[in-house]
Design a binder for this molecule. Structure first.
Ligand code: HMG
Ligand code: MG
Length: 299
């Protein structure tokens, strides 16, 4: 078994994490992103240009982008479901964007109000316009293990849509276990099916931790050669259209795992733990990260 020498962390806490919180001030968002920028993270998803009626928590993403202190070398990205979202992201000077589709029809309808085929067609002009502006486009694919409405997803379906997104121009496909119910064997089967169509080096994993399997699933993905991991500070997160889904795996816990395995991440764990404690204080919430909890208890 070989593990990657280094991994890229995609920090999604300020978007996936905060999109699920009842109320977060602009100051708390900006302060979170600024402290994450000090930690050595190189990729921070800072907001989403989606319908403010559907996800009001992201409605101030333009102000988030204009108030953060950008550090050279860090990519600050945003979710953009359509051309309107991309235009707002360009205005906000997002460095990269992400489109998002689902491997299940019901989740697609609930999350973005269209079929999978319609969503892929909608991405075409988004990707074309992004490319004209030299903006790279990442692709999220949700429900790669299970759908909250339809149950188990077929690995071949995941592979087909991942390949379609890649062919449309997404440089990387982030495989999302949206409701966090996957286990290592099923995740391995899914990654095997997808990697027959899209190269492992163009895949990332995005695991919510509802059933406590995310770290085991990440380890599984690492052993198969995946070296980009999405995670969320303090384990914040969830999707408003995935009932019962809890947060993403905590970034602190992924960093601890990787360093323990001798894998380089570029990230300073202590700085992360401080950022995690600060955002949890602002949200009046207990961190979901085992590492942050352990470190707070030892202080
Ligand atoms: P629609 O619902 O089909 O309807 O939108 P629409 O196109 O007629 O737009 C509805 C309203 O939104 C209209 O306003 C539009 O003008 C406006 P109204 O006329 O009612 O006043 N609108 C916009 N406003 C701002 N920015 C825009 C925009 N587009 C339309 N870009 C749409 C389709 C996709 C836009 C909508 O359904 C939507 O925004 N959905 C939200 C989806 C979302 O953000 N979900 C959470 C993120 S995905 C996720 O968490 C999963 C992930 O983490 C991976 C994983 O875990 O699996 C990525
Ligand atoms: Mg997610």
């Amino acid at each position: 078994m070989t593990l990657p020498e280094s991994v890229n962390i995609v920090e999604v806490g300020a978007r996936d994490g905060l999109q699920n919180e009842p109320k977060v001030s602009l100051e708390a968002k900006v302060s979170l992103i600024d402290s994450l920028s000090q930690s050595g993270l190189r990729y921070i998803e800072a907001g989403a240009f989606v319908s403010p009626k559907r996800v009001p928590q992201m409605a101030d993403s333009d102000r988030v982008f204009s108030n953060i202190q950008r550090r050279p070398g860090i990519i600050y990205s945003a979710l953009t479901p359509n051309v309107r979202g991309l235009e707002a992201a360009l205005e906000a000077r997002a460095d990269e964007i992400a489109v998002f589709a689902s491997a299940s029809e019901s989740f697609s309808q609930n999350n973005i109000h269209c079929s999978i085929a319609e969503s892929l067609a909608r991405f075409e002009p988004v990707i074309a316009l992004a490319q004209q502006h030299n903006i790279k486009v990442r692709g999220y694919l949700s429900c790669v293990a299970d759908c909250p409405y339809e149950g188990a997803t077929s690995p071949n379906m995941v592979a087909d849509i991942a390949k379609a997104m890649y062919d449309l121009g997404c440089y990387q496909i982030s495989l999302g276990d949206t409701i966090g119910s996957g286990t290592p064997l099923r995740i391995a089967n899914m990654i095997e099916a997808v990697s027959a169509r899209v190269s492992l080096s163009d895949l990332a994993v995005h695991f919510h931790d509802t059933y406590g399997q995310a770290l085991a699933n990440i380890y599984q993905a690492l052993t198969m050669g995946i070296d980009t991991i999405d995670s969320s500070i303090a384990g914040l997160g969830g999707c408003p259209y995935a009932p019962g889904a809890s947060g993403n795996i905590a970034t602190e816990d992924v960093i601890y795992l990787c360093h323990g395995l001798g894998i380089d991440t570029s990230v300073d764990l202590n700085t992360l733990v401080q950022a995690s404690s600060a955002i949890c204080k602002a949200l009046n919430r207990v961190p979901q990260s085992k590492i942050t909890l352990a470190q707070i208890l030892h202080q």
